[in-house]
Write a protein that binds this ligand. Structure first.
Ligand code: SAM
Length: 284
């Protein structure tokens, strides 16, 4: 008999993955952390019973949270990552040799330490990079105390708007991000999924708040097999750049990065949303 990790995607829909071994289970002061080893998705971990990262599809998420911003503004030098405790987002950002400084603010150090042990695919080498500063603290508190215009890019690689992640979906947080970003600044953050009602409501609320604060606020999509419905979204907000009109395909290809999911054709397509998503986003 196979053992299954099962996650509730909506009241009537569950998602299950077979696993061979439970590698670690521990309640940190912030959340329940569980690491599993399976065949189809390799090693994966969950926080409070929700899939975070697995070896098979992490490249989709980490490509899409990182590269659209760099293809829109290839001059990004200072990057703030909020959350991202598995290290995958930092790994992708550090591939840009032009980046001078990366600050990662993760509330739960245990997520990072366990990822170093069990998920080297995302965490290995991140802490050792001399451009990296790791802070284990609340991301909302960090931005409240950060100087004006101190970052070119903020990537919010957070959990859902429940528990410790809740503050990262508030107007107060988005306003602080706007203040902390330079005149060319870009904010990328979770917009959840348009499919199941609860997630779609989170998407709508995030977009409604951000478009009141940033001159440019767009939403883009990608296929994430292990996140609810497999259809996942990020928000792109900026003081200056429109991610479609300002995409710099040649400048981005000059970075010489091989990416398994992202490319600059897909970049433009990702911002072309299905009608039902547009309609939900347009509701106040
Ligand atoms: N890719 C994942 C997803 O969408 O499910 C997110 C992965 S990453 C592990 C999310 C991280 O955000 C977690 O490690 C969690 O501890 C961190 N986090 C949640 N709320 C936070 C906060 N207020 N400040 C800093 N980090 C936070």
């Amino acid at each position: 008999m196979k053992k299954y990790y099962t996650e509730q995607w909506s009241e009537d829909c569950q998602f299950s993955i077979a696993y061979e071994e439970k590698l670690h289970s521990e309640a940190s002061p912030f959340q329940q952390i569980d690491f599993y080893k399976g065949e189809e998705f390799g090693t994966f971990f969950t926080l409070d019973g929700l899939m975070m990262v697995n070896e098979k599809d992490e490249f989709v998420y980490h490509d899409m949270i990182t590269h659209p911003a760099f293809a829109t503004n290839p001059n990004i030098k200072k990057v703030l990552i909020i959350g991202g405790g598995d290290g995958g987002t930092a790994r992708e950002v550090l591939r840009y040799k032009s980046v001078e400084k990366v600050v990662m603010v993760e509330i739960d150090e245990l997520v990072f330490r366990l990822s170093q042990k069990y998920l080297p695919i995302t965490a290995a080498g991140v802490e050792e990079d001399s451009r990296m500063e790791m802070i284990f603290d609340d991301g909302l508190a960090y931005v409240q105390n950060a100087p004006d215009a101190s970052f070119d890019l903020i990537l919010v690689d957070s959990t859902d708007p429940i528990s410790v992640g809740e503050g990262l979906f508030t107007t107060a947080f988005y306003q602080e991000c706007h203040r902390v970003l330079s005149a060319e600044g870009i904010l990328i953050n979770q917009h959840e999924s348009p499919y199941f009602a609860e997630y779609a409501e989170n998407m709508r609320k995030a977009h409604t708040k951000i478009k009141k604060i940033f001159d440019i606020a767009k939403v883009y999509q990608f296929h994430m097999p292990t996140y609810p419905s497999g259809h996942w979204l990020f928000g792109f907000a900026s003081k200056k750049f429109d991610p479609i009109q300002n995409v710099q395909a040649e400048a981005w290809s000059n970075f010489g990065l091989h990416t398994k999911y992202y490319n600059t054709d897909l970049h433009v397509g990702a911002f072309m949303l299905p009608t039902f998503v547009k309609e939900k986003l347009a509701r106040e």
